[in-house]
Design a protein around this ligand. Structure first.
Ligand code: ATP
Length: 345
C-alpha cells in the first residue's frame, strides 16, 4: 500500500524536463492526497525553475488542497507539496502576467472533479498562449471528454487574453462525479463539420484573411466555414481549425508571431490538422498527453492517437510514479498508436 504521507520523489529534469512534470505531479497529488518532492524543476528549459505561471499553479493547488508547501517562490528548482483535504468552493486566480491560465487549471481541475462538492473558478491572465491549451480547446475538446467520464464542467470565456498583454478572463463551474469512469476512445466516426476561425486582436484584418486563404486552398474547406474574428484589445493573432467528428471535436491552433508570415502560421497549423485527418485517429497529439491524468484517476481507459510526443512519454512516467497504474503503448503503424491504462492493484 502507498503511504500518502511518504514523499514520492520526482525528477523534474526527466525526459522532456519541462513544467508539465510539475503540473501533472500537482494534479495527481491533489487528487490522491499523495505528497511529493520535485527536484530540478524545468531543468531542460532556458529559464529553469518556477516561472509566474508555475508558481500560480503551485499556489492554486496549495490553496485548494490546504497543502503544506516548501520552495514555492519564483525561480525555485525544488518543491515539497503535502496536500490535506480538498476544499471546494469559489476561487479566483490571477496570473498577473500573460501566463497561461489554462495550464493553471490543469493542475487543479482533476482534484475538483472528484471532490465532495461543486466549485466555481475564475481565471485571469492569458487565455490563448503558445505552448498551452487555448481556451477553445479546453471548452470544446478537453472538457467534453472529461464530462463523459462523469462530472459536469462548463467553461465560459469572458474576454480573451493574448501573450504578451494578457488581461483575459474565463470561468469554470464544476459539478463533481464521485469517481471518474474509464473511457474508450478508439474510433473517430464520421467527420461531421470542419470550420476555421482566425482571430486578430488589435491587428490588421488581412492577417486573418491570408491565414484563411491558406486553409481554403490546402484543406478545401468552403468559404462559409471560414470566419474572421476582429477584437479590440491585443495585439494577438490565433488561427484555430476545428474538426468535429461523431466521437470527438479536435482543435488545431496556430499562433501569430512578430516576424512570422501569416501564411507560414497557417501552413503549419494546416499540416498538423492534415496529419490528424490522414491518421484517422480520434485523439490528437495534445489531447493525448492531457488525457493521461484523468484516465489514471479513473484507473482505466484507452484511446487511439498519433505516435506519442516526448511530452506524453514523459507524462506517462510521472503518472506511473504517483498512481498505481500501468500504461501500455502499442504502435500500430507509422502513424497510429493505441494507449491503454490499467490499474495495477
Ligand atoms: P514549460 O516548461 O515552459 O512550462 P511545458 O513543457 O510544461 O513548458 P508544453 O510542453 O509546451 O509545456 O505543453 C504544455 C501543455 O499544453 C501540454 O499539456 C500540451 O498538451 C498543451 N498544449 C500545448 N500546445 C497546445 C495546443 N496547441 N493545443 C492544445 N494543447 C496544447
Amino acid at each position: 500500500m502507498r503511504d500518502p504521507g511518504n514523499l514520492i520523489d520526482i525528477d523534474g529534469s526527466f525526459g522532456e524536463g519541462g513544467g508539465q512534470i510539475l503540473r501533472t505531479s500537482l494534479a495527481l497529488s491533489l487528487a490522491t492526497g499523495q505528497a511529493f518532492r520535485i527536484r530540478n524543476i524545468r531543468a531542460a528549459r532556458r529559464k529553469p525553475g518556477l516561472l509566474r505561471q508555475h508558481l500560480t499553479a503551485v499556489n492554486a493547488a496549495a490553496e485548494i488542497g490546504q497543502a503544506r508547501v516548501e520552495g514555492a517562490s519564483l525561480a525555485s528548482r525544488e518543491l515539497i507539496f503535502k496536500p490535506a483535504r480538498v476544499a471546494t468552493g469559489s476561487y479566483r486566480f490571477d496570473i498577473g502576467t500573460a501566463g497561461s491560465t489554462t495550464l493553471v487549471l490543469q493542475a487543479i481541475l482533476p482534484a475538483l472533479v472528484v471532490a465532495s462538492g461543486p466549485s466555481a473558478l475564475t481565471f485571469e491572465g492569458g487565455t490563448h498562449n503558445p505552448q498551452a491549451p487555448p481556451f477553445d480547446f479546453l471548452q470544446k475538446t478537453f472538457l467534453p471528454v472529461l464530462n463523459r467520464m462523469g462530472p459536469t464542467i462548463t467553461a465560459t470565456l469572458d474576454r480573451p487574453g493574448f501573450y504578451p498583454a494578457g488581461g483575459g478572463r474565463f470561468m469554470v463551474t464544476i459539478k463533481p462525479a464521485r469517481r471518474l469512469s474509464p473511457i474508450q476512445l478508439l474510433e473517430r466516426g464520421e467527420i461531421q463539420n470542419c470550420c476555421a476561425t482566425a482571430i486578430v486582436a488589435g491587428l490588421p484584418r488581412h492577417i486573418a484573411e491570408r491565414e484563411l486563404r491558406i486553409v481554403h486552398e490546402r484543406l478545401s474547406w468552403p468559404e462559409d466555414a471560414l470566419r474572421v474574428m476582429e477584437l479590440p484589445r491585443g495585439p494577438g493573432n490565433v488561427l484555430m481549425l476545428e474538426i468535429q467528428s461523431e466521437q470527438i471535436t479536435e482543435i488545431f491552433t496556430g499562433f501569430g508571431e512578430r516576424g512570422v508570415r501569416a501564411e507560414t502560421v497557417a501552413q503549419s497549423t494546416v499540416a498538423a490538422a492534415q496529419t490528424y485527418l490522414d491518421a484517422g485517429v480520434p485523439i490528437g497529439k495534445f489531447l493525448a498527453d492531457q488525457l493521461l491524468v484523468p484516465l489514471a484517476l479513473a484507473g482505466g481507459g484507452s484511446f487511439k492517437t498519433l505516435p506519442l510526443s516526448r511530452h506524453a512519454e514523459t507524462n506517462i512516467e510521472v503518472v506511473k510514479k504517483l498512481v498505481d497504474v500501468d500504461v501500455r503503448v502499442a504502435l500500430e503503424s507509422e502513424h497510429v498508436c493505441t494507449l491503454e491504462i490499467l490499474r495495477t492493484r
